[in-house]
Ligand binder design. Structure first.
Ligand code: NAP
Length: 232
């Protein structure tokens, strides 16, 4: 699970631990990912089933090390959840080259790094699942979101193609497109007045439901949005 230290990733890790899975959570901030693992271990009574990893998905070497550590600890990998993602609201004319690279490298190149690293492990198992957390912003571009929306549109196309590459290996590929979720994403405060937003647990429920599907079934794309969004 990339980006498991807070927000959606933390909620997904919590839900997977509660169903008895072993979960590695990866993020760039070592302290925060360790704190998250400690909290998950207490909440879920799962100290031996949660592994914190410091990993930057933008760096292929860092991803390879994280995958190897996960296999060494748990004996293999069944599911990759590409959840790490970043975004900034800025018109292109004001968006720095560094910020453009941070968004594209995290949201799409990072997914490529993680998929490339995990596929041999899933093939060894003879089955598996890759689930990526995309965004409805990939379908609904908005002013100030060009880099983020483009990265998520690319992730959608990447997932569709990868699904076709891997389905005959018994490896399922899905992507989930949430609308607005109450997290700290993009420096946003979990503010008062945001009660209309989805909760991270709602996305976790979708992912747990996906994983419960029988082997013959592949819900490859799932959209989830607030039922009563704020009126503009
Ligand atoms: N919140 C929303 O409204 C919303 C809506 C649709 C889709 N999404 C998508 O949902 C996913 C999770 O978002 P969130 O709302 O839970 O955001 P969040 O609270 O900001 O969490 C992002 C997570 O990703 C990690 N991360 C960021 N850059 C990373 C990198 N280079 N390598 C590894 N980990 C990295 C962060 O930890 P570190 O900072 O320590 O690295 C953190 O654990 C993202 O892909 C986002 O695009 C969010």
């Amino acid at each position: 699970m990339t980006g498991g230290s807070r927000g959606i990733g933390f909620a997904v890790a919590d839900a997977l631990l509660r169903r008895g899975d072993a979960v590695a959570i990866a993020a760039t901030s070592s302290e925060r990912v360790r704190d998250a693992a400690r909290e998950l271990a207490v909440r879920c009574g799962a100290a031996d089933r949660v592994l914190p990893l410091t990993c930057d998905v933008r760096d292929a070497g860092s991803v390879d090390v994280a995958m190897s550590a996960t296999v060494a600890r748990f004996g293999g990998i069944d599911v990759l959840i590409n959840n790490a993602g970043v975004g900034t609201g800025a018109p292109i004319v004001d968006l720095s080259h560094d910020e453009w690279r941070r968004i594209i490298d995290t949201n799409i190149t990072g997914v490529y790094h993680c998929c490339k690293a995990v596929i041999p492990h899933l093939r060894t198992r003879g089955c598996g699942w890759i689930i990526s957390v995309s965004s409805l912003a990939g379908n609904n571009p908005f002013a100030g979101g060009a880099a983020y929306c483009a990265s998520k549109a690319a992730l959608n196309a990447f997932s569709e193609a990868l699904m076709q590459e891997l389905r005959h290996d018994n490896i399922r590929v899905s992507y989930v497109l949430p609308g607005s979720v109450a997290t700290e994403f993009s420096g946003r405060a979990t503010d008062a007045g945001g009660e209309w937003r989805l909760l991270p647990e709602d996305i976790a429920e979708v992912i747990v439901d996906l994983l419960a599907h029988p082997a013959r079934s592949l819900p490859s794309r799932v959209e989830i949005r607030p039922s009563r969004p704020q009126k503009s």
